[in-house]
Design a protein around this ligand. Structure first.
Ligand SMILES: *[C@@H]1O[C@H](CO)[C@@H](O)[C@H](O)[C@H]1NC(C)=O
Ligand SMILES: *[C@@H]1O[C@H](CO)[C@@H](O)[C@H](O)[C@H]1NC(C)=O
Ligand SMILES: *[C@@H]1O[C@H](CO)[C@@H](O)[C@H](O)[C@H]1NC(C)=O
Ligand SMILES: *[C@@H]1O[C@H](CO)[C@@H](O)[C@H](O)[C@H]1NC(C)=O
Length: 409
């Protein structure tokens, strides 16, 4: 889509005697091309018995003063002939166009049991010190399921060298064996980040007898001991299953969380109808009522595995961007989550396809780990240009490292 924004400011000079023209930032036109599209991040070799990948996640490093757009990514995979499962960490130094394997991460619960699987990764870079970990520490969370499989274990791992080597930090929560049936206690789908001087991990929780599944979080000040479970999203109807939370801070300083709601009634086309909650902070989602996401231009309700980002690009309010697991399209809001538009993304549909606003803030990296449950998938990445005016280039992404002590390399 091509949209030329011309800012004509006839009113500025009116009534201001002798005022020199107010300098205004000229928005360049939104480009009508993509600089790269659908590059292959990883394709399981033909020799691998299981060629299934999923659940891609990305991160832009900058707290340690990395050069322009050093990125890490991860996804689930099943490499053959390995006694122990591990997650790959891929690295890109060209904004997500090309990727190389950078490191591998083993988890505690799967190491202990001598096998099993690691699901549902989440990547984050600390913007400030938490416990012993300085700003610039890279965190990886995920759900480790031992060989038996007797339990689900949400773990946090840390890297002090930009993702090259990793250490186990702690286990946020352990629950029963993996089983998506309501009533079977277990945990899923961590989202790791930080608030104030604490780590905070949001996740899906089936262990509360009041709810088939709920969204909840735990905090840690020292990164080792975690608070008890605090609710984020619950439905009084036991059957409903809010899950797969991701969140973003918007330009009005409110936070938006998106999540699927399994078994949502009266929506045969959207059995995992995407909902969202807006709150003052990541700890306050439980205070507000979930809202069903429905596109104003099409009536579409996105379904399953959403992912949300906010960018200042696209207008006065910036743009909230939501991806889901049922449509190739994206769902945009330029009024902080009041109304939504369904727009073509230029990319293929994927299970929990992830989004990452790039440093110029008008480009979003769409990262597709592959569709859930398929026997053969590839991991792809491509750019999406946010329609509307570019934001004025800001220092907030790449220059954020200023003032932080550089980590030892
Ligand atoms: C798991 O085992 C691997 C292979 O022996 C080892 O390199 C890694 O440090 C272990 N990690 C954890 C978290 O136990
Ligand atoms: C609870 O949700 C289920 C699944 O969608 C639905 O069949 C049922 O009618 C709902 N119960 C109530 C009381 O709304
Ligand atoms: C910005 O958002 C507010 C509400 O959050 C809305 O009233 C207003 O119309 C939006 N502005 C634009 C340019 O969309
Ligand atoms: C991406 O490329 C792969 C082959 O590399 C192809 O199978 C797939 O359809 C492409 N997806 C899109 C959205 O272009």
């Amino acid at each position: 889509m091509h949209k030329l924004l011309s800012f004509i400011l006839p009113a500025i000079a009116v009534g201001i005697a002798n005022a020199s023209p107010v300098p205004t930032y000229q928005f360049p036109p939104a480009p009508n091309f993509q600089t790269f599209d659908n590059v292959t991040v990883f394709q399981p070799p033909a020799s691998w018995p299981s060629k299934s990948t999923s659940y891609g996640r990305t991160l832009i490093l900058n707290q340690n003063c990395e050069a322009d757009a050093v990125m890490l990514s991860t996804f689930t995979w099943r490499p053959p002939n390995t006694a122990l499962p591990y997650l790959p960490i891929m690295r890109s130094t060209d904004g997500g166009n090309t990727w190389n394997l950078w490191s591998t991460v083993y988890f505690h619960a799967t190491n202990q049991s001598g096998g099993g699987s690691i699901l549902q990764p989440s990547l984050y870079e600390l913007p400030q010190q938490v416990g012993p970990y300085p700003a610039g520490t890279v965190l990886l969370s995920g759900n480790a399921i031992p060989r038996s499989p007797a339990s689900t274990n949400i773990e946090v791992h840390a890297s002090l060298d930009a993702g090259k080597t990793w250490q186990y930090v702690s286990t946020v929560v352990t629950s029963g064996p993996p089983n998506t049936a309501n009533g079977a206690p277990c945990v899923w789908e961590p989202f790791v980040h930080s608030i104030r001087d604490q780590l905070i991990v949001h996740y899906s929780d089936q262990s509360d007898p009041l709810y088939g599944q709920k969204l909840a979080h735990r905090n840690s000040k020292d990164t080792i001991s975690w608070t008890s479970t605090r609710n984020d999203v619950t439905f009084s109807n036991y059957t409903l299953r809010p899950g797969m939370i991701t969140m973003a801070e918007m330009g009005n300083n409110k936070w938006i969380a998106t999540y699927e709601v399994g078994n949502f009634p009266a929506l045969p086309a959207s059995p995992y109808g995407v909902h969202y909650t807006i709150a003052d902070s990541p700890e306050d989602f439980g205070k507000n009522t979930p809202i069903l996401l429905k596109a104003k231009n099409t009536g579409t309700i996105p379904s399953a595995s959403p992912f949300v980002q906010w960018t200042p690009a696209g207008g006065d309010n910036g743009t909230v961007i939501v991806s889901d697991g049922s449509y190739a399209d994206l769902f945009l809001s330029t009024d902080y989550g009041i109304t939504w538009q369904q727009v073509p993304s230029g990319h293929g549909v994927g299970y929990t396809r992830s989004l990452r606003v790039m440093p110029d803030e008008s480009k979003v990296l769409v990262f597709n780990g592959g569709m859930y449950g398929m026997s053969s998938t590839i991991v792809t990445a491509g750019e999406y240009w946010v329609p509307g005016p570019y934001p004025k280039p800001s220092d907030n992404t790449i220059a954020a490292c200023n003032g932080h002590q550089k980590l030892q390399q």
